[in-house]
Design a protein around this ligand. Structure first.
Ligand code: HEM
Length: 157
């Protein structure tokens, strides 16, 4: 009787493990970057901090075209659009409705050093918010995919 119970219990747990493991693997595989970042709330906070760090940056504002656009374009507007863009690009439920990257940056004469400065600030903000290495890499890949449309001087094409 004991042997039979033991056998049935073993069979039960073996079946459970066989069923659960692929389900867990699939769930892990399907978790979008958006989900792994924690969704819109943390994404909007990170983007807000990022824009707040970019706007007053002396290195970037040494480029007069960037400095003049900073005075004209409200940070809140950029936060709204960049949040929607990151939300969409990471697999979230948002739809980016702003202009294309070429069109919105062409007049800014963004150089390779400008770009590098932006990436440095981006990495600092992600580190401040303890974004893990894998998610940081994926976010950097998304940002880098826009480089050719944004950098106008000395590379990017
Ligand atoms: C060195 C790099 C960058 C600088 C200096 C920069 C600066 C700016 C400035 C000044 C504007 C306002 C332009 C205007 O309306 O006259 C702008 C717009 C915008 N930027 Fe950037 N940007 C950089 C990179 C990026 C990246 C990597 C992204 C996203 C991946 C991005 C997303 C946007 C968006 C969504 C807008 C608003 C587009 C619209 O008006 O519809 N920018 N940027």
């Amino acid at each position: 009787m004991l042997t039979r119970t033991l056998f049935l219990a073993t069979l039960f747990f073996a079946t459970l493990i066989t069923i659960a493991q692929p389900a867990l693997a699939a769930e892990e595989k399907q978790a979008t970057l958006y989900d792994r970042l924690g969704g819109l709330m943390p994404i909007s906070v990170v983007v807000s901090d990022f824009i707040d760090a970019l706007v007053p940056d002396a290195t970037l504002n040494a480029n007069p075209a960037i400095a003049s656009a900073r005075k004209r374009v409200p940070a809140a507007y950029l936060k709204y659009h960049v949040t929607a863009m990151v939300c969409q690009a990471t697999g979230g439920p948002c739809t980016y409705q702003g202009r294309g990257m070429k069109e919105s940056h062409a007049h800014l004469n963004i150089s390779e050093p400008d770009w590098d400065r932006m990436v440095t600030i981006f990495k600092e903000v992600l580190a401040k918010h303890n974004v893990p290495a894998r998610e940081t890499e994926e976010l950097l890949a998304i940002v880098n995919s826009t480089k050719a449309d944004i950098v106008a001087v000395g590379g990017g094409k």
